[in-house]
Design a protein around this ligand. Structure first.
Ligand code: GDP
Ligand code: CA
Length: 313
């Protein structure tokens, strides 16, 4: 079976580990958000791709939730002593090696998709990782700051301001010229099922769907589309998705996100929607099922993947 998953960083990574465990003999492709990507200190950083790659490759710090296990921070400390801005982004020494290799390959002219494949030779994630696009298409957040309305990079909003400045809107800079990365549309159109990971609906899944052509391929494709709610009990399980949903007028609930994605038969995204077993959601035109949705370990994430596939049949 061919399984294609739309994924952001941490939520996407944990879920993908469950999919891999539940479906060891299937062909799994993840289409990963690159809207969070940023260039800092001359290094090209792809946080969501790296979260997925490290997590599936066994190199992630599962407790911190991002970055490398057994990380050290000596380079970051040196940069701070130089007063080299920005100092708010967590760049670990081991992680920097990844960014150096990536930046060097990009500078040599390789597209991000090739660079990702090269990095995965080392990490052997066991599934195919595809950037949503090879083009730069970065999420900016419109905020009121120092008396004026302006757009700042998503990472500055998310990390420096801890998503504490109310988001007026989100903008995908460069999206008009972006095209789906190599293999992305094919992974959707040839899939037996498309899964929407319990990732941030706005700045992960929404960003992927914003790349011209991707949303259409999912909505009009033959494969059933099953989503999993990242919102449990009216709040994100982890992170600050509750700072994003109100900016696009969506209630922070499993029902709110399900209705936002909408039914495929009405031009929306979903055929099925999994919510946590203590939640309730009515999403017209979508088959909703309540199952445990807490990814406490690989077994729990694998059970979620199986529940999603069961909803197809
Ligand atoms: P990011 O790019 O690192 O922010 O990660 P994603 O966009 O892939 O995932 C973030 C989302 O994962 C958040 O909205 C969380 O609510 C969700 N999430 C994290 N852990 C869990 C979990 O155990 N269960 C569910 N249902 N969602 C989770
Ligand atoms: Ca992200």
């Amino acid at each position: 079976m061919r399984i294609t998953v739309l994924a952001g960083g941490i939520g996407g990574a944990k879920f993908l580990r469950g999919v891999r465990a539940a479906c060891p003999d299937d062909d799994v492709t993840a289409i990963v958000n690159t809207g969070d990507d940023v260039t800092l200190h001359g290094l090209r950083i792809c946080p969501d791709l790296d979260s997925v790659m490290y997590t599936l490759g066994g190199g992630a710090d599962d407790e911190r939730g991002w970055g490398r296990r057994e990380e050290s921070w000596r380079i970051k400390a040196e940069l701070e002593i130089y007063g080299a801005e920005p100092t708010w982004f967590g760049l670990g020494d081991l992680d920097i090696a990844t960014h150096l290799v990536r930046t060097r390959m990009l500078d040599a002219g390789y597209p991000l998709s090739d660079v990702t494949a090269a990095l995965c030779e080392r990490w052997q994630p066991g599934i195919r990782l595809l950037p949503m696009t090879d083009e730069r298409c970065e999420t900016h957040v419109v905020v009121d700051l120092d008396g004026s309305r302006r757009a700042i990079h998503f990472q500055e909003w998310w990390i420096k301001h801890r998503a504490g400045l109310p988001a007026q809107s989100f903008v995908q800079v460069g999206v008009d010229d972006a095209t789906p990365g190599p293999g992305v549309l094919e992974a959707i159109t040839t899939a037996d099922v498309v899964l929407v990971a319990p990732s941030n609906p706005v700045v992960s899944v929404g960003t992927i769907l914003g790349v011209p052509g991707i949303r259409d391929a999912v909505v009009t494709g033959l494969a059933p589309v099953i989503g999993l709610s990242p919102i449990v009990g009216g709040a994100p399980v982890r992170g600050m998705a509750d700072a994003c949903l109100p900016a696009i007028g969506v209630e922070v609930s499993a029902e709110g996100v399900g209705r936002h994605y909408g039914a495929r038969k009405d031009g929306g995204l979903l055929d099925g929607w999994l919510i946590h077993d203590t939640d309730r959601a009515g999403v017209p035109g979508v088959e909703v099922r309540a199952v445990p949705l807490l990814m406490t370990d690989d077994a729990a994430s694998a059970a979620m993947a199986r529940a999603a596939l069961e909803l197809v049949s």
